[in-house]
Design a protein around this ligand. Structure first.
Ligand SMILES: C[S@@+](CC[C@H](N)C(=O)[O-])C[C@H]1O[C@@H](n2cnc3c(N)ncnc32)[C@H](O)[C@@H]1O
Length: 401
């Protein structure tokens, strides 16, 4: 594709969106690069642009920590090339959904694991959550990563194999790719369409990078075919998704990660911290109702993929911080007394009775150090934001004894 001209200007917004100050020529497709050389030391980064706008799946905003003007430059690349991404597909899917939904609705208390939020629509909704003003996690983690990049470059060196767990839109990892220049990248996610779109975009934007996509449910094991023992492996697990697992399950998953990265391998992980309840409650009960839509999408997915008379509108979103357990809990509450058929089973719900859909555990830095140690990981370096809302932790796997 021949390069097309991109005009750029200055903005003084904390969140930049193309269309609000930038003029793109019609038909422009490529990436917009925010440079550190801007007049006020703004944060560098990359915003993909398609057809003269940023599409919803790839976010319309870029997070910055500065409110000052920035400069940019256009780098024009061709369309995504699917053949550049090597897919390993373990087919986590409808069979698991059927089995786990039936078991979860029969259990007391009723619960369905959060991994089932993420069909294509669920992944896109989560991407919208990341842009909400109440959802401090994404912009805070991006800011911390930006700040930590030089040190990360020194600690991790070049030419590693970078394996991203729960890669989603693969946005945060772009910061690392620029700095670390790994020899290969493996995106691991349960949401196949989203995984393919994101990894194909990476393959297009980083022509020098070997890109793999592994569609697996990593709660069932990290059996991905990328175990070249000669290469220094770095797992990247952002978004504080580790908080979706209870402490014992988290240790189990981290032990699998330790085995994947091998002796002296690394895990760079985003961990959300304990903080005043008001901030947490707001983050999971946003004014625009996107988190509610995300939670209810689980029921839309069940209604779409299984044989059921379930009406998602008869349930509502409920999220709160449970200080005794140190976690946010999300539930779906039945608005009325009803009998629900799923496949060949019937479940009775009283009005106000719920299904527990997600936990999001919050830790202190010391609590997480203890948990990581149980999996053989030592905290090598920890970075926090100024308000200590969130942490990015570099852990190293050191075999004991
Ligand atoms: C909270 S989102 C985080 C997305 C992104 N990494 C970020 O930091 O914004 C969790 C991601 O993990 C994926 N995921 C959740 N459970 C999973 C599982 N059991 N196996 C593989 N991927 C999973 C979801 O599809 C989603 O992309």
């Amino acid at each position: 594709m021949p390069p097309r001209r991109l005009e750029f200007g200055s903005l003084s917004m904390s969140r930049v969106s193309v269309g609000s100050g930038l003029t793109l020529n019609p038909g422009f497709e490529g990436v917009f690069v925010l440079t550190a050389a801007g007049p006020c030391g703004t944060v560098p980064g990359i915003v993909p642009v398609y057809e003269n706008h940023l599409d919803a799946a790839n976010s319309t905003t870029f997070f910055r920590t500065s409110r000052k003007p920035f400069r940019g430059a256009a780098v024009v690349t061709g369309p995504a090339d699917p053949s550049r991404v090597r897919l390993f597909d373990a087919h986590p899917g409808t069979a698991d959904l059927r089995q786990e939904v039936l078991a979860g609705l029969a259990a007391r208390p009723r619960s369905i694991p959060p991994k089932f939020f993420y069909d294509e629509r669920g992944s896109a909704l989560f991407d919208r959550i990341c842009e909400l003003p109440e959802y401090y996690q994404t912009r805070t983690e991006m800011g911390i990563l930006q700040h930590a990049l030089p040190e990360l470059g020194q600690l991790l060196g070049a030419e590693c194999m970078l394996v991203e767990l729960g890669s989603g839109a693969s946005k945060k990892v772009r910061l690392l790719l620029e700095r670390l220049r790994p020899s290969a990248y493996v995106g691991v996610d349960i949401s196949k369409e989203f995984l393919l779109t994101s990894t194909q975009a990476l393959a297009r934007d980083y022509p020098w990078l070997e890109v793999h996509a592994a569609c697996v449910d990593f709660s069932a094991g990290l059996a991905i075919p990328h175990r070249d023992h000669a290469v220094h492996k770095v797992a990247f697990y952002p978004g504080s998704s580790i908080g979706n697992f209870g402490p014992d399950e988290a240790v189990h998953l981290l032990t699998d990660v330790a085995e994947l990265v091998g002796d002296d391998g690394h895990l760079l992980i985003g961990v959300d911290l304990k903080k005043p309840v008001g901030i947490l409650d707001a983050a999971y009960n946003d004014a625009a109702g996107v988190t509610a839509e995300f939670n209810l999408n689980l029921l839309h997915r069940i209604a779409g993929e299984l044989d059921t008379d379930l009406d998602p509108d008869t349930f509502e979103h409920y999220a709160f911080y449970n200080p005794l357990a140190g976690r946010i809990e999300m539930h779906l509450i039945s608005r009325l007394r009803q009998s629900l058929r799923v496949e060949d089973q019937t479940f009775l719900f009283g009005a106000g009775e719920g299904i527990h859909t997600e936990n999001s555990y919050k830790y202190t830095v010391a609590e997480f150090a203890e948990l990581a140690l149980r999996a053989g990981f030592y905290q090598q370096q920890v970075w926090l934001d100024d308000e200590a809302l969130f942490s990015v932790q570099l852990l190293q796997h050191r075999p004991r004894g």
